[in-house]
Design a protein around this ligand. Structure first.
Ligand code: PLP
Length: 373
């Protein structure tokens, strides 16, 4: 008797671009109860007011589709409290299921087959899969030299010569911490109006040079800025991200999203997080202190490292980085291995949390290096 085969011989083919891709996978599993210095998340969790708001969520809020206008208004107010000129209005804001979803939608709306996506390298890993998904050509310009300077000349030349459809600048860049002056970005947007220039400001709070206070989206409608509550506010698990831009550009990006993509828990948590700006400011201040502390320690210990803006740094162990990573993991600390990444192969990326967490990391790192000596 023929045995039953639950799988048909041929599976339906996806689009050509999709068949050529692999899933974007990050080492996300089994990270609870560890000191997580591997994804640049907030290392102490959200404001207690966020937890309280989640506890108080009502049955009605769960039963009804979420509302977004109030959150757009609250986010606009939060941004405007830091603006000296101009102001952002709610229809210049779109809410996403994390900035990853914003990036996805931007490519879906603006990225055409055969057209060019311009970015830098090494940079955040999710831009390229989104460009590939659309069948775009990808041009990655390397950061320059040992201190990973921003390749402004090459980027300008490529904008001029190739007329790319989309340019993404991660500012400051994950993982090199490189930043480009906000005024210089505005000039690029003015000079190259046919390119959609996306500024990923996920780590801006740790730099303090946001483009938002100086951009006029009506003069440079080709500029879109991304912000998230994952890294500063500790909401990575709830997924909330924002895009800010010209209302008509925001409208196009929102044409490709579902009507209720962001759930009510995330909306409730985001309201509470934005209302407790002091909590975010204190956390950022603590990370900045810890960054100074670890920078000095790494120099004193003569550990080969690169530390700039952002809540992360790179270090190059003398020993096998994967073995160090494993030792750290066994002592309860996660870091991110930059194996096979352009220009930073052989390094580990370490997120910066509180000074106590950095002390613990450094102790364990030194122990691991001694054991492997
Ligand atoms: C530069 C950059 N952009 C976007 C993201 C995704 O952020 P979110 O958690 O808001 O999706 C990350 C996450 O690591 C990131 O490093």
């Amino acid at each position: 008797m023929k045995s039953f085969n639950p799988y048909p011989k041929k599976i339906p083919k996806a689009r050509l671009e999709i068949e050529q891709m692999k899933q974007y996978s990050a080492p996300l599993e089994g990270r609870r109860q560890m000191l997580r210095l591997d994804f640049n998340e907030n290392t102490i969790g959200p404001s207690p007011k966020v937890i309280e708001a989640i506890h108080n969520i009502t049955s009605e809020e769960i039963a009804v589709y979420p509302e977004y206008n109030g959150l757009k208004k609250a986010f606009a107010e939060n941004l405007n409290s830091s603006l000296t000129v101009g102001s952002v209005i709610p229809n210049q804001i779109a809410i996403f299921n994390g900035v990853d979803a914003a990036i996805h939608s931007i490519f879906y709306a603006y990225g055409d087959r055969g057209k060019t996506f311009l970015t830098t390298k090494p940079t955040f890993g999710y831009y390229n899969p989104c460009a590939n998904m659309q069948g775009m050509k990808i041009l990655e310009i390397p950061y320059e030299g040992r201190s990973f300077e921003f390749p402004i000349k090459e980027i300008s030349l490529s904008l001029r010569n190739l007329n790319p459809e989309i340019l993404i600048i991660c500012n400051p860049n994950n993982p090199t911490g490189t930043s480009l002056d906000a005024r210089r970005i505005i000039q690029l947007a003015e000079q190259f109006p046919r390119t959609l220039i996306v500024i990923d400001e996920l780590y801006e709070a740790f730099l303090g040079d946001s483009i938002i206070p100086i951009v006029n989206y009506y003069e440079t409608p080709n500029l879109v800025v991304l912000r998230s509550l994952s890294k500063t506010s500790g909401l990575a698990g709830l997924r909330i991200g924002f895009a800010i831009g010209h209302p008509d550009v925001i409208d196009r990006i929102c044409r490709v999203t579902g009507p209720y993509d962001i759930n009510s828990f995330a909306v409730t948590a985001a309201f509470a997080a934005l209302r407790d700006q002091a909590y975010i400011d204190n956390y950022v201040a603590e990370v900045l202190k810890a960054r100074l502390w670890i920078k000095e320690e790494l120099s004193n210990e003569k550990i080969n490292h690169h530390i700039n803006s952002g809540n992360y740094f790179l270090l190059w162990p003398d020993q096998n980085p994967t073995a160090i990573e494993e030792h750290l993991k066994a002592s309860g600390i996660l870091v991110r291995n930059m194996k096979n990444k352009y220009a930073i192969d052989g390094s580990l990326r370490v997120s910066i949390g509180t000074i106590d967490q950095m002390k613990l990391f450094l102790d364990m790192y030194k122990k691991a290096t001694k054991l492997l000596h």
